[in-house]
Structures are given as structure tokens and as C-alpha cells.
Design a protein around this ligand. Structure first.
Ligand SMILES: [Cu+2]
Length: 465
């Protein structure tokens, strides 16, 4: 159905209530608890103003009930089990059964009431990142409200005043609760055609997350400040992250929020995009320029848009290469160029599990049949149609297909590249490298070592670095 018609026919009056209506709270809305980490199809609004719903990557949108013109949601803060990727389930804290919690979708001008029940072992609160709201609804424990005690339910209520992309997270024992996975997305759709907000065919959202979970264990270390070992899109690591499946020539929007402790330059292959919004609102159209990578700082949201006009399977990932790896990648010494011959056998006599890695780079890790402790993801993993992808963490794919039907978000499988359009092996003669040629003509034997280490010579600043 055409969204323009939807919008122009929408005729919902503003709700005049200004204070929390205590009589309306007699019965709480039933919270929807999610047990799956799959990407749920878009939840079409069944009441209130119409809008084009988002798709939360490996997540879902919360249901609401209408109560005298107020949209009521129920979030339950609680310990959850989240499958980070097949083979690894983490014990996190989240909302309504998962981490992140459900995406909240409302329309500009909606009056929203959110019941928050605390089933954690300690107090909590929720801050509605980026929202215009009364000071007492901003959720900073101690500053704006008392923290929600264990076992209690608090009510937040405000009008979603401006359209855009927001996040929610605790503002009480924040370091621990966010390290444990407590966060969620919030989208406020425009109530009518907006000069800086495009109508799009596909609208995806997810949060960047980071965890420090020792191989073999299940609970994040909450005091870690920078040295995380699991990098996630919506608490999923590749190959556990679903692909973003779109139809050729769709206008696609992807909203990405960062609630980790470091920045993430998110990079899309095969297309240029524009940043069309931040958590501060839509960017003015005249301020936009083409990019293929956009850096998302801590506590920021970036909304990118592009026309998916190149068919194929396109990588979409954080460009920090350590963030496209799973645990074990960080403490491995660099072994490139070290000759280990004879050494492995001797070490294995003392340590039978010892495995040699990294002598020729680390690409072998993608294929290695290594016995991993339970609850541990391989460092570089995922298999594509042409072999190991050698990625982990913050990596997925944009799949663009001519025959992906509107509204179909299912995985179309691997792209069938047209004949003659793939990189191929050169089997002809190779010209002699000029350097070797010069050495031969000078009478010396070409050196066959592939890599030569050159140390700085002499003192001062004369050496090469
Ligand atoms: Cu990153």
C-alpha cells in the first residue's frame, strides 16, 4: 500500500493529557518475551497512525496496545540468554528475553507510555537517548528519578516530539549494565511527508555492541574498558548476523547506533551512501555528501541511505580489522616469516594441544579444524561460495537481487555472478620484475627471499621507519 495515501488519510488528533494518567495504569500490557535471535519481519502497525516499519537486524519490534490514545509498551529488564552465533550462547542482561531489547517504533506526536519492570538483581533505570521529553522522564538515576528498585515497575510517559532515530539504555550502574548488553533502538517515524526524510523501500536498524567474554565462558567481564573480544551487530557476531536482503534499485536506509566503548567506521562495499540523519535528527539535504565509510563515535547514531543499484553480495562491516574477528585473535603473537620447522613436534611433547599458526599470515585460521573449547567462536570464520570468508564480529552482507520481492526479507542465497565477471587466475607468462632484471644484468643472483627486513641504519633520523 502506498505510504503517501496512508499518511494523508491519517487523522489522529493530539492527545491533550499532560500528566501521567494513574487511572490508566490499573492493568499492565502483557510484555512480549522473545526467545529467538532471528530477524523478525517488519511489524505492521495495527493501531495508531500508519508508517513504514523498520526491520531490526537479528531483532524485533515491540508490540504496543492503545489505551485512550496512548501507546503503551512494557519492557522487562532481566537476565537473558543470547545466542551470539551458532555455538555460543552468552548470559547477558537485556529486555524482554533478548539483548538488545525490542525496537520501539512510534510516530511523531504519539503519546507514549512505557512500563519498565526490573527483574535484574540490582536497581536500574532507562534513559531515552536523544529524545525531547520532560526532565523527570530522562531516566538518569539519582538526577531525574529514583533508580527502579529490584522487583518494581516504573512508568515513563512523554510525547515523541521529533521524528528520528534514538536509543534506550540504563542510566544506573551504567558501566555494568551496558557491558551486560542492556540497550535497545527507538524509531520515531514522521507523521507526514518531511522535507529531509525520504521514503525508503527498506529500513534496517541495529546497535553496535562489544563484550569481553573469555573463551569457554558465558558471562561478560563487566570491568573491561577497551580490550573487548566480541564485536557485535545487535549482540550477534558473524556468521551469526543475518544479511540485509534488498531488491535491486530499492532505496535502502540503515540506522546504526553505537553503545560500545570505541568508534566504529562502518563500511559498505559496491555503493556510495549519504548520511541522512544522526541522533540529532535528519541532516539537511544540502549538507550531505557521498561516502563509503562513516565513522560512528561512542554514543552516536548514523543513518545512511543509498540506492541498491548493483546486484551482488556486498560486504558491510566495521573497518577496524580487529572488529571483524572473534575471540583469540588478540593475544596471538605475530609469526609471519618465522621458520617453525622441527619446533612443533618438540613443543607438542610438552603441550600436546599446541598448534602452529600464523607462519604465513593468519588466513589458515579460516580453514583450521581446531578443537575449540565449548562456548567459543572461531576467530575467523564463515564460508562463502568461494571458500572461507575469514571474518567474524562486525561483518555481514548486503544482498541485492533483481528478483527479491517487495516485503521479502528472506536470504536469497549466494549471488550467481554472470559469466566472465569474476577475478580470475592469470596463466600466461609473467614478465620478469624490473628489480631482478637489473640485478641479473649486474651479474648478481636474484635474491629469492620474499620478505627482507631492513633495519634503520646509523643514528638520528636518517633511517627508514
Ligand atoms: Cu569496529
Amino acid at each position: 500500500m502506498d505510504r503517501r495515501k496512508f499518511l494523508s488519510s491519517a487523522a489522529f488528533g493530539a492527545v491533550a493529557t499532560t500528566a501521567v494518567g494513574k487511572s490508566a495504569l490499573a492493568r499492565l500490557p502483557e510484555p512480549e518475551i522473545q526467545t529467538s535471535a532471528a530477524t523478525a519481519p517488519p511489524r505492521m502497525p495495527d493501531s495508531g497512525r500508519p508508517y513504514n516499519p523498520v526491520v531490526t537486524l537479528n531483532g524485533w519490534t515491540a508490540p504496543w496496545r492503545m489505551n485512550n490514545g496512548v501507546k503503551e509498551f512494557h519492557l522487562v529488564a532481566e537476565p537473558v540468554e543470547r545466542e551470539i552465533a551458532p555455538g555460543m550462547v552468552a548470559r547477558l542482561w537485556g529486555y524482554n528475553g533478548q539483548s538488545p531489547g525490542p525496537t520501539i517504533e512510534v510516530v511523531e506526536g504519539d503519546r507514549v507510555r512505557i512500563f519498565v519492570t526490573n527483574k535484574l538483581p540490582e536497581h536500574t533505570s532507562i534513559h531515552w537517548h536523544g529524545q525531547r521529553l520532560p526532565n523527570g522522564m530522562d531516566g538518569v538515576a539519582g538526577l531525574n528519578q529514583r533508580a527502579i528498585p529490584v522487583g518494581k515497575t516504573y512508568v515513563y510517559e512523554f510525547v515523541a516530539r521529533r521524528p528520528g532515530t534514538f536509543m534506550y539504555h540504563p542510566h544506573a550502574d551504567e558501566m555494568v549494565q551496558m557491558a551486560m548488553g542492556m540497550m535497545g533502538f527507538w524509531v520515531t517515524h514522521p507523521k507526514e511527508a518531511h522535507p529531509a526524510i525520504n521514503e525508503v523501500d527498506r529500513d534496517f536498524c541495529f546497535l553496535l555492541g562489544a563484550y569481553d567474554i573469555d573463551p569457554g565462558s558465558v558471562v561478560p567481564k563487566v570491568n573491561t574498558m577497551t580490550d573487548f573480544n566480541l564485536w557485535t551487530f545487535n549482540s550477534r557476531a558473524f556468521p551469526g548476523i543475518d544479511s540485509l536482503n534488498v531488491r535491486h534499485n530499492d532505496r535502502v536506509r540503515i540506522r546504526v547506533g553505537n553503545l560500545t566503548m570505541t568508534n566504529h567506521p562502518v563500511h559498505l562495499h559496491g555503493h556510495e551512501f549519504e548520511v541522512t540523519g544522526t541522533d540529532g535528527g535528519p541532516t539537511p539535504p544540502g549538507s550531505r555528501w557521498p561516502e563509503v565509510t562513516t565513522d560512528i563515535a561512542v554514543g552516536q547514531m548514523r543513518q545512511i541511505e543509498f540506492i541498491a543499484d548493483e546486484e551482488g553480495d556486498w560486504a558491510f562491516h566495521c573497518h577496524k580489522s580487529h572488529h571483524t574477528m572473534n575471540p583469540m585473535g588478540h593475544d596471538v603473537p605475530t609469526m609471519i616469516g618465522i621458520d617453525h620447522r622441527g619446533l612443533v613436534g618438540r613443543i607438542q611433547r610438552a603441550a600436546p594441544d599446541y598448534m602452529l599458526m600464523g607462519e604465513r599470515g593468519m588466513a589458515d585460521m579460516g580453514e583450521m579444524q581446531m578443537l575449540l573449547p565449548e562456548q567459543t567462536l572461531p576467530m575467523m570464520t564463515g564460508t562463502g561460495p568461494w571458500g572461507p570468508v575469514e571474518m567474524g564480529g562486525m561483518f555481514t552482507m548486503l544482498k541485492v537481487r533483481a528478483n527479491q520481492q517487495p516485503g521479502d526479507y528472506s536470504d536469497p542465497g549466494w549471488y550467481a555472478q554472470p559469466a566472465g565477471t569474476q577475478a580470475f587466475e592469470w596463466t600466461g607468462e609473467l614478465p620478469e620484475p624490473a628489480r631482478f632484471k637489473a640485478e641479473r644484468e649486474a651479474g648478481s643472483t636474484p635474491v629469492k627471499v620474499e620478505m627482507r627486513v631492513r633495519k634503520p641504519q646509523g643514528g638520528g633520523h636518517a633511517g627508514h621507519h
